[in-house]
Design a protein around this ligand. Structure first.
Ligand code: FAD
Length: 412
C-alpha cells in the first residue's frame, strides 16, 4: 500500500469512528513550509484528536497522578495514531519517516505531553525491533500493536546507578544452552508493570563497556521479571514509571534482538530518532503555553488596556514565538536529514537541546504572563511547565546533548 493510500485509510477510519469534521487550522498553528498533502492531512487528524480527545481529559489525568488513560489510547488506535509509523507488513500504516512523526508528536503533545507520549510509545519500543529484529520477531511483537486495543510496551536502559553513562550498565545476560538468564534492575521505565513487551538492554560481557551491550525482548509473563510501584512524578503523569527487577529472568535464546554486543549501536540509533521526536514533543508543549498566553494577553486588562499592549508583555510573546519557530526549524532539519539517510546524532542533539530548553523557558514565560493566575492549578500553564521540564532530562540530559554536539565540533 502506498503512503498516500495508507493515510487515506487512517482518514477513513477517523471519519467512521468520529462524526466531527476536522477543524480549520488554528490561527497560531505552525506555518510549516514544504509539507506534503499527506503530511498536512495526518497533522490535521492529530490536531483534531488532541483538541477533542486529549485536551478535555488532560487536567483530570494529571490530578489522578498515576492513572493511565487506556480509553484515550484505544480511541487513538481506532484512528491509526498508535500504529501509523509501524511497517505495513505487520499491519501498521507504513509511514515511518521521522518528519511525519515530528508533526504528529507536536500536535498530540499540544494536547497533553503525557497522553501524547503514551499514544506513540509503541514507536520507541518498535524502533530497535524494526531495525534489527527478524521478520518473525517483528510479527510477534509489532503486529499486536496495530490492533484496536494495542498492548503497551517499554524500552529499558536506565538503571539505579547508571543513566547518562549507558555503556556502564550492570544488568547481565548469560547464555545457558537455548536460553538467556537476565539479572539486574532497571529504573524509571515508562509503562513499567503495565506493558506486555520490554526491550531490555543488558551486557553479555561485564566490564567491556559498550561492546557487551545487547538487546533482548522480555515479555511480562516471563519468569523472573517483576515491577516496583508507580513512581510519583512532577509531570507527564499519564505515563506510569516503575522499577523493573530481573531475577534469574529466563528467556528463550530467540529473544535476542540483533546480535550480541551490538545493542549499544541500536540504542544510540533509537535515540537519534527519538530525540528528534522528543524535540517535537517539547515544541507541542511550548506552543500550547504560547497560544494560551496570547489569548490571555488580549483579554486581561491592566492600567486601562489589554496587558499584551504593554511592551514588556508583548515583547515576551514575541520572544516565545521566535524561540518556538527556531526550535521547530532545528527539529525539522534533523528529521529531514535523517529521512535522507544521514547520520545525525549532533543535529538530533541540537534539536532536543534547544527545543527542550525552549519549552522550559516558554512555559515559565507563560506563567509570568498570567501573573498570579499562572501559579494556580485552575489554569493549565503550571501543568505545562511541569510537563516541559522532563524534556531536558529523559533520553539524555541537556548536558549530554551538549557533550554530543561538542564532540562533533572538536573531533579530528
Ligand atoms: C519521567 C521519566 C521517564 C523515563 N523513561 C525512561 C524509559 O522509559 N526508559 C529508560 O531506560 N529510561 C527512562 N528514563 C531515564 C532517563 O533517560 C534518565 O533519567 C536520564 O538519561 C538521566 O540519567 P540519570 O537520571 O541517571 O542521571 P545521571 O546520569 O546520574 O546524571 C546526573 C547529572 O549529571 C550530569 N552528567 C552526567 N554525566 C555527565 C557528563 N559526562 N557531562 C556533563 N554532565 C553529566 C547530568 O546531565 C545530570 O545533570 C526516564 C526518566 C524520567 C525522569
Amino acid at each position: 500500500m502506498s503512503q498516500a493510500s495508507t493515510i487515506h485509510v487512517v482518514r477513513q477510519r477517523s471519519l467512521k469512528s468520529r462524526s466531527g469534521t476536522v477543524t480549520a487550522v488554528a490561527e497560531l498553528a505552525p506555518q510549516t513550509l514544504d509539507l506534503t498533502d499527506d503530511q498536512r492531512e495526518i497533522q490535521a487528524l492529530a490536531r483534531e484528536f488532541a483538541r477533542t480527545e486529549i485536551r478535555p481529559v488532560s487536567a483530570d489525568v494529571d490530578e489522578r497522578d498515576t492513572y493511565t488513560p487506556l480509553d484515550v489510547l484505544y480511541k487513538a488506535a481506532e484512528v491509526g495514531l498508535t500504529s501509523y509509523m509501524l511497517p505495513e507488513q505487520v499491519g501498521g500504516g507504513g509511514i515511518g519517516d521521522v518528519l511525519t512523526g515530528c508533526i504528529v508528536q507536536e500536535e498530540l503533545n499540544w494536547g497533553c505531553a503525557g497522553i501524547g507520549n503514551l499514544i506513540t510509545s509503541g514507536a520507541f519500543f518498535g524502533r530497535p525491533v524494526i531495525e534489527v529484529g527478524t521478520p518473525d520477531q517483528q510479527q510477534r511483537w509489532l503486529a499486536p500493536l496495530c490492533g484496536p486495543q494495542p498492548p503497551l510496551t517499554s524500552l529499558a536502559s536506565t538503571e539505579p546507578g547508571v543513566g547518562s553513562d549507558t555503556a556502564a550498565m550492570a544488568t547481565t545476560a548469560v547464555r545457558s544452552g537455548e536460553e538467556y538468564v537476565l539479572n539486574g534492575q532497571k529504573t524509571w521505565i515508562s509503562n513499567g508493570g503495565i506493558a506486555q513487551y520490554y526491550v531490555i538492554f543488558a551486557t553479555v560481557a561485564p566490564g567491556t563497556g559498550s561492546k557487551g551491550v545487547t538487546a533482548f525482548v522480555v515479555e511480562k509473563s516471563d519468569p523472573g521479571i517483576t515491577f516496583g510501584e508507580p513512581m510519583r512524578k512532577m509531570g507527564q503523569r499519564a505515563i506510569i514509571n516503575t522499577e523493573v527487577f530481573l531475577q534469574d529472568c529466563t528467556i528463550p535464546a530467540d529473544r535476542l534482538l540483533g546480535e550480541e554486543g551490538k545493542g549499544f549501536y541500536s540504542l544510540m540509533h533509537t535515540f537519534d530518532e527519538s530525540r528528534i521526536h522528543l524535540a517535537a514533543s517539547a515544541i507541542g508543549i511550548a506552543r500550547a503555553a504560547f497560544e494560551y498566553s496570547v489569548e490571555y494577553a488580549k483579554t486581561r486588562n491592566a492600567f486601562g488596556k489589554p496587558i499584551g499592549q504593554h511592551q514588556a508583555v508583548g515583547f515576551r510573546l514575541a520572544d516565545m514565538a521566535t524561540r518556538i519557530d527556531a526550535a521547530r526549524l532545528l527539529c525539522h532539519r534533523a528529521a529531514r536529514l535523517m529521512d535522507a539517510g544521514k547520520h545525525v546524532p549532533a543535529e538530533a542533539a541540537m534539536a532536543k537541546l534547544f527545543a527542550s530548553e525552549t519549552a522550559t523557558w516558554v512555559t515559565w514565560a507563560a506563567i509570568q504572563t498570567l501573573g498570579g493566575w499562572g501559579y494556580s492549578r485552575e489554569y493549565p500553564v503550571e501543568k505545562w511547565s511541569r510537563d516541559a521540564r522532563l524534556e531536558e532530562l529523559e533520553e539524555g540530559t541537556s548536558d549530554i546533548q551538549r557533550l554530543i554536539v561538542s564532540r562533533r565540533l572538536l573531533r579530528d
